[in-house]
Design a protein around this ligand. Structure first.
Ligand SMILES: NC(=O)c1ccc[n+]([C@@H]2O[C@H](COP(=O)([O-])OP(=O)(O)OC[C@H]3O[C@@H](n4cnc5c(N)ncnc54)[C@H](OP(=O)(O)O)[C@@H]3O)[C@@H](O)[C@H]2O)c1
Length: 222
């Protein structure tokens, strides 16, 4: 199986890359800059900024039409952690967040569509967040929440459009995970998130396409 993971140089993406490398899968990992030493030669690294359409040319050239069985749109940012409703949430925070968390997965899927079609029963997974669920609306973090709501919506609509090509699509909440984004007091280590997520990805099929699931494989409300 060939797996492409965006934002694989740290956090959940790095742990996903480690997991699949340990399983002997072919891992194509993307990074904007740094390459983790332990995976330097065990994964194939491509420089990709998911906000930059021109950056995808490098990916296309490196892949050279090779089939991708599992595309993991993981790269993400949380930029509005400490904003105040009365004077915060500047327009730039909205633009920068949506560029990575929404446009990013869209451009990734759009550019890799030929590679997904070259695989049998390819899967696309978008790492979203429970914070994007309307049912779990708790206020605050307006930008991040709206971007992840859009990412879940993106997965639902891609699922509709790609099912006739045999490609299944799901959105996933990784849990509250101990990474740079989640912080050290988060609920679970990245290894636990990845153990659950990778089982959930394995269960994704055309029968479940369009799902929004927790890292333990249970369905989440939209
Ligand atoms: N941690 C949590 O509790 C949690 C909860 C729910 C959802 N999530 C989601 O899970 C995903 C991974 O989060 P994480 O906790 O692993 O975050 P993280 O530790 O902050 O890592 C984020 C990754 O995304 C990459 N990235 C950011 N902007 C990018 C861009 N423009 N192009 C390409 N890559 C870019 C980063 O690369 P650089 O090193 O170059 O910045 C890094 O590899 C995100 O989508 C996040 O929203 C996380």
């Amino acid at each position: 199986m060939t797996i492409l993971i965006t934002g694989a140089n740290r956090g959940i993406g790095l742990e996903l890359a480690r997991h699949y490398v340990a399983k002997g899968e072919r891992v194509i990992a993307t990074t904007r800059d740094q390459i983790p030493a332990d995976l330097e030669t065990k994964a194939e690294w491509i420089v990709l900024d998911v906000t930059n359409p021109a950056s995808f040319a490098r990916v296309d050239a490196a892949l050279d039409g090779h089939a991708i069985d599992l595309l993991i749109c993981n790269a993400g940012v949380l930029l509005d952690r400490h904003e105040r409703l009365d004077d915060g949430y500047a327009a730039k925070i909205w633009a920068d967040t949506f560029a990575v968390n929404v446009t990013g997965p869209f451009l990734t899927v759009q550019n890799l569509l030929p590679n997904l079609q070259a695989a049998k029963a390819a899967k696309v997974v978008i790492i979203a967040s429970k914070m994007g669920s309307n049912t779990h609306a708790k206020g605050g973090s307006y930008v991040y929440r709206a971007s992840k709501a859009a990412a879940i919506n993106l997965a639902s609509n891609l699922a509709c459009d790609l099912s006739h090509l045999g490609i299944s699509v799901g959105a996933y909440h990784p849990g509250w995970v101990q990474t740079d984004m989640g912080g050290s007091s988060a609920d679970i280590p990245a290894t636990e998130a990845v153990a659950g997520l990778t089982k959930a990805f394995a269960d994704l099929s055309l029968a479940t396409t369009g799902c929004f699931q927790n890292y333990d494989g249970t369905d989440l409300p939209f």
